[in-house]
Design a protein around this ligand. Structure first.
Ligand SMILES: [Zn+2]
Length: 265
């Protein structure tokens, strides 16, 4: 009788602790959740054995990471999947899906996508999106973070369902990161900063405009990838990127290494 009372207390305490600590996470909490989620994806996902694309990602990712000036513990992987997607978790953990590569067409376009995703991480958009997810679905999130089953029910994407198996705060993070979209303001900021990052990394920033044209054409009818979601309309996005281009070109001019469009994909 006494033992079950203690167990019950321990359970209740851990429930409250998990819920509360994940309601107002600081940066190290967020990064720890992201790292746990990233390692789980790495374990579960099929890593691509495409040597050409892997070499390309191994060139571009560190250049963009360095251009951001952020001192993250950067990591990246190329996931073998038809999904047209890429992301960078808080703390600098990136993934690119092979499905996006034929759409990109150039190495510079890969730099543009990574620039955009890395900007979400350096501008701490994940924390804002996490906060909005909690506000929007407090009860659901509490269930989500405390039981894997509850989390699964809340997930819309496959990536999210995969990670709720972890339970705890990492499950809550998965729901916020994969299923809760960044705001339109965040997307616009990521477009601007991403264009700067690709330019500083040595890639022709004009390619960012062509990239979004190709992405728009490729996503016709299908579910949009992360960076097309809550997007400023294609027209607005193109207008913005064109407006910012002279500034980005100034950065590109000063870049010590210039790769232009890089290799074709
Ligand atoms: Zn985005």
């Amino acid at each position: 009788m006494r033992k079950s009372f203690v167990l019950c207390f321990v359970f209740l305490f851990s429930f409250l602790f998990q819920s509360c600590s994940s309601l107002d996470p600081d940066e190290s909490d967020i990064n720890a959740m992201a790292l746990k989620a990233y390692n789980e994806v790495k374990t579960q996902a099929k890593i691509s054995n495409n040597a050409k694309w892997t070499a390309m990602l191994n060139r571009v990712a560190p250049r963009v990471a360095k251009a951001s000036g952020e001192n993250f513990e950067w990591e990246w992987m190329l996931i073998d999947s038809p999904e047209v997607n890429a992301w960078c978790m808080p703390g600098g953990k990136m993934a690119v899906y092979t499905g996006i590569m034929p759409v990109l067409k150039t190495e510079a376009a890969l730099a543009a996508v990574l620039g955009h995703e890395v900007a979400h991480a350096t501008k701490r958009h994940g924390k804002q999106s996490y906060a909005r997810a909690i506000k929007g679905n407090l009860a659901g999130l509490v269930i989500g973070v405390t039981t894997a089953v509850g989390g699964q029910m809340l997930c819309k994407s496959e990536s999210c369902r995969l990670l709720t198996g972890l339970g705890g705060a990492a499950a809550g993070f998965a729901i916020a990161f994969f299923d809760h979209k960044f705001s339109r303001e965040n997307e616009t900021e990521a477009d601007k900063i991403g264009q700067e990052y690709m330019a500083r990394a040595g890639y022709d920033p004009a390619e960012s405009i062509k990239l979004w044209e190709r992405m728009g054409a490729a996503s016709g009818g299908k579910a949009p990838p992360e960076f097309m979601s809550t997007h400023p309309s294609d027209v607005t996005r193109k207008q913005n990127l064109s407006k910012w281009l002279p500034e980005a070109q100034g950065i590109y001019t000063k870049s010590p290494q210039k790769y232009g469009l890089g290799e074709n994909i």
